[in-house]
Design a protein around this ligand. Structure first.
Ligand SMILES: Cc1ncc(COP(=O)(O)O)c(C=O)c1O
Length: 359
């Protein structure tokens, strides 16, 4: 039997992802990324000597009109470093109740940042300035100091929903007026920018820091970037070292990240179009409950209780037909995400398979 190189891109692996709607995080690096990784110039990044990482950090800062950038292992690490750099232990952080920071980052804000979390329920992930204003604690000897607002754009649990520039502006103004700093969890900020047709920097305006992910819809294999002022990023660089994120010759990863920024952003519009087609098709299937207003980017959330199924039994039935989806909120909540490996025919096949699950 002929042995294939373990480094060669496997078209079989990529083909298997055609019907894998679980997440945009499953995307494989493009052939161009693999080539860029192979030939990347690298150095010791802890010494600041990795040219590929330096280029990625510079480009990220430029895109978001911030002074500096920091390459980090993941979105979770970027968010954590922002919280550590912008607060002091014992402070209080405001975040939306279903946000990634509040739910899916292993309680790092509390365990590692010593922060109390005030989780506010938003509408499809969106907090109002009034909610934020009413939550900030006044100066009082009994109270923790409320010092940071975290906003998520696009909002994953909200359904990939977008905070438009006016929403960001209203929230950051309210926070600033009360002396709060602002961090944007922009894991999918490019999805928001492409859907709104605005420069990404517009969505970071007045925020102290923003994290974006290279390894979701943009298809890079690993990594995120935190952007902000030189002084905050300097702090974050120290905390990155503290949590073991000084990655040395990680320019092999940054090289893929640079291509992700160059070639991956415009393409996100295709994912949005396919997610929309998927959502509209789902809305026509009796028993599927979906709020089309929440389908604004590449994420589609819906409920299958009306098909007489739990999300788990729905996912299992689809899996038998070669299709993969993930669970969402509540027993019948399902999430499907469009990404680079999913084409128009895959959306049609998914809709056909789901329609067959009607009782
Ligand atoms: C909104 C949001 N923020 C942060 C993250 C964390 O990213 P990572 O998985 O790279 O840690 C995710 C991951 O799905 C996310 O959806």
């Amino acid at each position: 039997m002929a042995l294939t190189s373990p480094w060669a891109p496997s078209s079989d692996v990529e083909a298997a992802l055609r019907l894998d709607f679980r997440s945009d995080t499953i995307t494989q690096p493009t052939p161009a990324m693999r080539e860029a990784m192979r030939s990347a110039e690298v150095g010791d990044d802890v010494f600041g000597e990795d040219p590929s990482i330096n280029a990625l950090e510079l480009e990220s800062a430029r895109l978001f009109e911030k002074e500096a950038g920091l390459f980090v292992a993941s979105g979770t690490q970027g968010n954590l470093l922002a919280l550590l750099s912008l607060t002091r232990p014992g402070d209080e952080l405001i975040a939306e109740a279903s946000s990634h920071i509040a739910n899916s980052e292993v309680g790092g804000a509390a365990r590692l940042g010593g922060l109390t979390l005030r989780a506010l329920a938003g509408r499809h992930g969106k907090l109002s300035p009034e909610q934020v204003a009413a939550t900030v604690r006044p100066e009082n000897v009994h109270y923790a100091r409320t010092t940071l607002l975290a906003i998520e754009n696009t909002h994953n649990a909200g359904g990939g929903t977008i905070l438009a520039p006016d929403d960001v502006e209203a929230l950051t103004r309210t926070a600033r007026e009360r002396g709060l700093k602002v961090h944007v969890d922009g894991a999918r900020i490019f999805n928001a920018a492409v859907a709104l047709d605005v420069r990404p920097a517009v969505l970071a305006r007045n925020a102290d820091t923003l994290t974006f992910c290279l390894s979701k819809g943009l298809s890079a294999p690993v990594g995120s970037v935190l952007v902000g002022s030189t002084s905050v990023i300097g702090e974050a660089r120290r905390y990155r070292k503290m949590v073991g994120g000084g990655m040395r010759q990680a320019g092999v990863l940054a090289a893929a990240g640079l291509l992700a920024l160059k070639e991956g952003v415009e393409r996100l519009a295709e994912d949005h179009r396919r997610a929309r087609n998927l959502a509209e098709g789902l809305a026509r299937i009796g028993g599927v409950q979906i709020d089309l207003a929440t389908v604004q980017t590449n994420i589609v959330r819906f409920d299958v209780s009306g098909l007489g199924r739990t999300a788990a039994s729905f996912a299992e039935a689809l899996r038998e037909r070669g299709l993969r989806v993930s669970g969402g909120a509540g027993p019948g909540g399902v999430r499907m995400v469009a990404h680079r490996h999913i084409d128009d025919a895959a959306v049609d096949e998914a809709l056909e398979a789901i329609a067959r699950l009607r009782p």
